[in-house]
Design a protein around this ligand. Structure first.
Ligand code: BGC
Length: 430
């Protein structure tokens, strides 16, 4: 398929070039001129994300397939998803793309995607992948996406040295969070590392709302669109608690991306960050040690809840035999035990295959797996509303906008925001 000069120019502008970190082994064997490359669109551009993806690129090369990277970083995937829409709708889709959550069904129903049964054996997948996650990956009982991992979103990262220097204790409830934050601030440190991008603010809000609303009301409000809970007192308290946290952030937070924000903890410049466990990938890439340089704990007040987020790839239909063979190899590789281990150790997540042993993983990952299994049994497993799992594109974008405006503009009252929040969550139903 040919692309127009205008589209090419736009794609070149949107693609974010990045250098492979020096620590990564080189990809073997340069491709022969005749060999086609499988073009993969994704949004992994931080140091740890690049390292995790490198495992896949390298394994693809060793099976004789060549990789063409199309990385569109930024905004936890928003920019990449927009680019994908432009490319697919103009008849020039990539061969594989990172998509997740309810959007997989939209793409699946649109007829663009290759059903995976045509490429690989998926019979065992139902026993390997948790049912709650498998539901996202199937259209009419057929798999159309292959999952890589399970990320936990409701986590708090802490720098133990700054806690010790401030005489603060690690917080297990929101009240304890404010006590610790106050001490850390008084000791002259930034208590809360936050980048003022709407999705990072929403990630923080999600953890607060989980604690304040509890599982049932969180589900009712955000996943079922119950208007009474959406506009009730607990939502009011979630919003005011969210804004109360602003005083603990630093003045340079506007526009700072998530990995630069995690770097503040790595460099002893800030004490805490609310972020999913992809943050652990950054600590590990910086050679930091768990429980010495950083601590991972459930977001205060959400010990029993697990807000889940799964990354996955889909494959666009093609008649090209070489590309189909590469798609097949990629779909097979992703669920292989060795790859699952290598990728997730670097990415900070846990393997999506629950049948795999994770004794080689760190304590944070082990706790995450235990929390996932426990939450699944006790009905505390919740699709993340800040990471494209719980809401559709329209609802999530509107929610980000409402939360960001509320957080950054003290003149907006909680009552006003609640009205907009209700409309945002219900936007998916329009
Ligand atoms: C994705 C992660 C990614 C993070 C930051 C999340 O939505 O699931 O894989 O590392 O965004 O880009």
């Amino acid at each position: 398929m040919k692309s127009s000069p205008l589209l090419l120019c736009c794609l070149l502008f949107l693609a974010s070039p990045f250098a492979t970190p020096a620590t990564l082994p080189p990809i073997e064997s340069p491709p022969s001129k005749k060999m086609k490359r499988i073009e993969v669109l994704h949004w992994w551009t931080s140091g740890s994300e690049i390292q995790a993806l490198h495992s896949l690129k390298q394994k693809m090369e060793t099976t004789g397939h060549h990789w063409q990277d199309f990385a569109v970083g930024g905004l936890a995937g928003e920019s990449a998803k927009n680019t994908l829409r432009i490319r697919a709708l103009s008849g020039n889709p990539p061969n594989a793309a990172q998509i997740k959550g309810p959007e997989i069904h939209l793409w699946g129903n649109s007829g663009f995607l290759t059903p995976l049964n045509d490429l690989v054996q998926t019979e065992d997948w139902d026993t390997q992948i948790p049912a709650k996650i498998a539901d996202y990956l199937k259209v009419k009982e057929e798999y159309i996406a292959v999952p890589l991992n399970v990320h936990r979103v409701n986590l708090l990262w802490a720098n133990p040295m700054l806690f010790t220097l401030s005489g603060a204790q690690l917080p297990h409830s929101l009240d304890e969070f404010f006590i610790a934050a106050e001490k850390i601030k008084k000791a002259g440190f930034t208590a809360l590392a936050l980048g003022n991008e709407p999705w990072q603010e929403a990630t923080l809000f999600e953890s607060i709302a989980l604690a304040v609303l509890g599982t049932d009301d969180f589900k009712k409000a955000f996943l079922l669109g119950d208007e009474t809970v959406l506009t009730g007192e607990k939502m009011h308290l979630s919003l005011t608690t969210f804004r109360r946290m602003k005083q603990y952030t630093d003045s340079k937070s506007p526009g700072r991306n998530w990995s630069a924000t995690t770097a503040l903890l790595i460099q002893q410049k800030a004490a805490m960050q609310f972020m999913g466990d992809w943050a652990k990938g950054e600590f590990i890439a910086a050679q930091k040690k768990e429980n010495i340089d950083f601590v991972c704990l459930p977001a205060p007040g959400t010990q029993h809840q697990f807000s889940f987020n799964t990354d996955s790839f889909v494959f666009f239909k093609t008649k090209d035999k070489q590309i189909r063979a590469a798609q097949k190899a990629m779909a097979n590789l992703i669920l292989e035990p060795e790859f699952q281990k290598e990728f997730n150790l670097r990415k900070g997540s846990i393997p999506v295959r629950m049948d795999l042993d994770i004794h080689a993983f760190d304590a944070c990952a082990k706790a995450s797996k235990q929390a996932f299994l426990h939450a699944a049994k006790t009905d505390n497993l919740l699709a993340s509303v800040s990471h494209s799992m719980g809401l559709g594109q329209a609802g999530q974008s509107a929610l980000f906008d409402v939360l960001s405006r509320f957080f950054n503009n003290d003149e907006i009252t909680p009552e006003e925001s609640i009205r907009h929040l209700r409309a945002a969550v219900l936007a998916d139903k329009l």
